[in-house]
Design a protein around this ligand. Structure first.
Ligand code: BEZ
Length: 229
């Protein structure tokens, strides 16, 4: 292998790399943008691409729900902010949305590269117009600036904005109550008491604790006690 410098691979728990960039809402320093909030950063390889158009409209419509949970949305597309401006008009027209969150202008792919959003076959993994099939990631970042979730989607498959919100609910609710969430959990469903919590303590904390197996202990957690309340 050659000795080309590559950034450290990002993993869950890594600090989200800082960067300065132009966005449709003005220039930002990403760590300042995060501040004391949760952030969902999601990316697109190009403007005016069909699947991405529908995704941005859906995120714009769900933005009030993210905001209620203290989550700031920020998009990225590997094009200029001037181009983004025209695209946003189309997105709002098509989705009936009012897209207000910033979209980073990442024409030079500076942020996409720093966040390892490209795959190793980037040069060839393109459509007939040369548009990359990569740069379709979602990062959920917490107020400590730690990456808590990384998702990577193919260009063929639109993301699920409700699933991203569900992940935020799981992470925020888990952090608050020392619980984890089982398959297909939605706020209001039973949760799992986190393994480090001893059963004696769990029984005091959760009077309705169910010990299905010593390693699988669940409790009801009403929706009002979750971040979706
Ligand atoms: C799309 O959003 O439809 C798309 C994304 C990347 C490449 C081609 C199409």
């Amino acid at each position: 292998m050659g000795s080309v410098e590559r950034p450290e691979p990002l993993r869950l728990g890594s600090v989200a790399p800082n960067f300065k960039a132009d966005t449709t809402k003005g220039p930002i320093d990403f760590h300042e943008f995060i501040g004391n909030n949760w952030v969902v950063l999601f990316s697109h390889p190009e403007d005016y691409t069909p699947v991405c158009t529908t995704e941005l409209g859906a995120f714009a419509k769900l933005e009030p729900e993210f905001a209620r949970r203290g989550v700031k949305l920020i998009g990225l597309s590997a094009n200029t902010i001037e181009s983004h401006g025209g695209w946003i008009k189309d997105i709002n027209e098509i989705a009936g949305s009012d897209l207000q969150f910033p979209i980073i202008g990442d024409k030079q792919r500076q942020v996409a590269l720093a966040y390892d959003m490209l795959d190793h076959q980037d040069a060839t993994n393109v459509d007939s117009k040369g548009i990359a099939f990569t740069i379709r990631s979602v990062f959920v970042i917490d107020p400590n600036k730690k990456i808590r979730t990384i998702l990577s989607y193919p260009a063929s498959t639109g993301r699920n904005s409700a699933e991203v919100l569900r992940i935020v609910d799981s992470l925020q609710t888990g952090d608050k109550w020392r619980v984890t969430t089982p398959i297909n959990w939605v706020p209001g469903d039973d949760v799992i008491v986190a393994p480090p919590v001893k059963t004696e303590e769990a029984q005091k904390l959760w009077p309705d604790l169910k010990i299905i197996k010593p390693y699988l202990r669940t409790t009801p957690l009403p929706k009002e006690k979750t971040s979706a309340a």
